[in-house]
Design a protein around this ligand. Structure first.
Ligand code: RM4
Ligand code: NI
Length: 282
């Protein structure tokens, strides 16, 4: 991409003393690729969308959390009732004497996965802090700036406490059905997912879980799983030399013909063409 859009501090911060601002995206619309002069936390509340971060697609939905650094490139390629908050901040303006770098790094992100999940409890608490933060960060006097920064600190600590990654989702509370389901789905990209078995195992009602999922994400469970697998396949097609049949298998498709059909239906091009398109430009 030759003409790179860089979002400017002066367009989002009211004064040079402000270190953090809440930008609500109710909704987040399709948005072109950009980087920033500031960093941002992205918290997804509702709906779904295709978020491309440093060329890698992520199907995002409620409870997803990203730590975006200033020079990361990202865009929202498609959206479907997507509702999120951007908490944007300038690291060099933060005054409190804490290890911001440690608190704000996506840190131990396993398998290079930059996406975190927030438990329902974490989301509820974050929502409260963010609404206070939104108020304080709309004012520019010294006390408000200071209070905003301390609320921001509370927020990032809360995120650290309640975030988890799908590959590491032990210790979740039983009643957090959606959390458990999301974690299980994240672990099922390469193997069939048996919802009935999951429900039996966790003693939850299948019908109500399907409804809950649909309500919260705007997708059915199988749509979500299929699109996650296609995202993973897109990534592997571009960044590995694996055979298409191996990629199909790694992305949970037993039959590689069926994989090609599903891939083409979602993306508009065959897996082979998808791969070629990048082979030509790089
Ligand atoms: C946009 C989009 C971008 C964010 C700006 C502040 O709508 O969410 O990612 O950097 O807002
Ligand atoms: Ni951004």
């Amino acid at each position: 991409m030759s003409t790179q859009l860089i979002l400017k501090k002066t367009d989002f911060f009211a004064s040079a003393a402000q270190s953090v601002v809440v930008a609500d995206r109710y909704p987040q619309n399709v948005f072109a690729e950009h980087s920033h002069e500031f960093c941002e936390l992205v918290l997804v509340w509702r709906g779904n969308g295709l978020h491309i971060l440093n060329d890698r697609p992520w199907l995002i939905t409620c409870g997803d959390l990203f730590y975006i650094r200033a020079d990361d490139r990202h865009r929202y390629e498609s959206v479907n009732g997507l509702v999120l908050h951007n908490i944007i901040y300038c690291p060099e303006r933060l005054q409190l004497n804490v290890d911001w770098q440690d608190l704000l790094s996506s840190g131990t992100a396993q398998s290079g996965d930059p996406r975190w999940r927030l438990s329902s409890q974490g989301m509820a608490q974050a929502r409260q802090i963010i609404s206070q933060l939104a108020q304080e960060s709309s004012k520019t006097d010294a006390l408000s700036c200071c209070l905003a920064e301390s609320l921001f600190l509370q927020l990032v600590i809360n995120l650290r406490r309640h975030r988890y990654q799908a590959v590491n989702a032990t210790g979740l509370r039983e009643e957090e059905k959606l959390d458990l389901l999301m974690a299980a789905l994240g672990n099922s990209l390469d193997v069939p997912f048996d919802l009935a078995l999951f429900c039996h195992h966790h003693k939850v009602a299948e019908r109500s879980l399907r409804q809950l999922f649909r309500q919260q994400t705007g997708m059915t469970i199988s749509q979500y799983l299929r699109q996650m697998r296609i995202c993973q396949a897109q990534y592997l097609l571009r960044h590995s030399n694996l055979l298409i049949s191996d990629i199909a298998a790694q992305c949970g498709f037993e039959d590689s013909n069926y994989f090609s059909v599903a891939f083409t239906r979602e993306t508009g091009v065959t897996p082979r063409l998808w791969r070629q398109q990048f082979a030509l430009t790089s």
